[in-house]
Design a protein around this ligand. Sequence first.
Ligand code: SF4
Ligand code: SF4
Length: 156
Amino acid sequence: MIFSEEHESLCFNLNFSSPFNFTCQRCCACCYNRHIELNNYEIFRLTKYLRLSPQEFLNQFTDSGLRPSLKNKDNGACIFLGPSGCSIHPARPLVCRLFPLGLLFGPRGEERWGIMPLHPDCTGLISSEGTLADYLQSQGAIPYLRFARLASCRHP
Ligand code: SF4
Ligand code: SF4
């Protein structure tokens, strides 16, 4: 995601040392009506987890576009939302790992971190226990971030 006026109005002023933690209550309200685009690394992790070829995965679970995006069911739920929550949790995309954090890349790859608006029904708790870096580690976001950084350099 790159900087935009809309994002300028949000407060994107966190860094890796900023106090931050988020406790999700797993209500799944934020797994509806999303548009989650996938990069090649996310597709790789999902195909490995689901034991599918890239083509099988793309055909079954994504809508095509500039970039493939996860399908939603008729009721708006993410294609991977099951009765017990996210059915691909260990391989979930970066945006699901970061939420409610948002990451913007500037024209030279500079990063800005902030907190996105929560879903109106979200009961998750933001606190200052730990740092943003700790949170990223706890969500398994580090390899996903490496790829996102590379991709932002390739497509400034
Ligand atoms: S991939 Fe999982 S966590 Fe992300 S929106 Fe879908 S069900 Fe929710
Ligand atoms: S709406 Fe909030 S509490 Fe519910 S699953 Fe999403 S982040 Fe967690």
